[in-house]
Design a protein around this ligand. Sequence first.
Ligand code: GTP
Ligand code: MG
Length: 215
Amino acid sequence: MAEETPYEETGRLLFAREVDFVLGAAELTQLPDADRPEICFAGRSNAGKSSLINALTGRKDLARTSNTPGRTQQLNYFSTAHPDTGPLYIVDLPGYGFAKAPVAEVERWQGVLRAYLRGRATLRRAYVLVDSRHGIKAVDEEILKMLDVAAVSYQIVLTKADKPKSVALETVIQATRKAIAKRPAAFPEMIVTSSETGEGVAALRAAIARVIIES
Ligand code: GTP
Ligand code: MG
């Protein structure tokens, strides 16, 4: 068991309260006013972004999840608050790297995603979700590079940790640690999670509470 951090209780309460769906934005002009801090979940299609948001809130159906990659097609905004953090937005992003959608549609989405990640002044941290069976791929590297250039602080979250055998998981953890070691905007440690078993979910809640309070 990981030691309880001072942020664990705040993190728990932050997500135990009502987390509300605010809106889904298909374009940047539809984003809510940048009047409070926000964090976002980015990652390849099917990495488990929506499932992890559901796990954080303990609700199965808040963020839509699907077996069909490319299901989340808009920036979905959720709001929550705690006396220690104040109000904040949580953003579920559409996945990148999904090749089966029409090319024009993919390109438009990549443009929206990049403009969001580069330009959203209130974005405190991006959580970049990486499937623990696959590790960081070339399309993830592109996003990491862009976040480094834009100086958006980010942390890698390994997902679906219930899937690989423990030896394979350890190999991916080591490789990921190595891949991010020299990246300027990367948080040095990753969080290993499973939306299925709940592993790492309390640690992620605490990390979010901490980043909002400290930054
Ligand atoms: P897009 O919205 O298409 O970008 O996908 P996403 O990143 O939001 O992935 P989503 O949460 O929809 O999950 C994709 C698939 O992975 C679904 O079939 C989930 O049930 C499955 N999945 C997600 N998290 C886990 C996990 O922790 N463990 C296991 N075993 N399966 C998971
Ligand atoms: Mg999704």
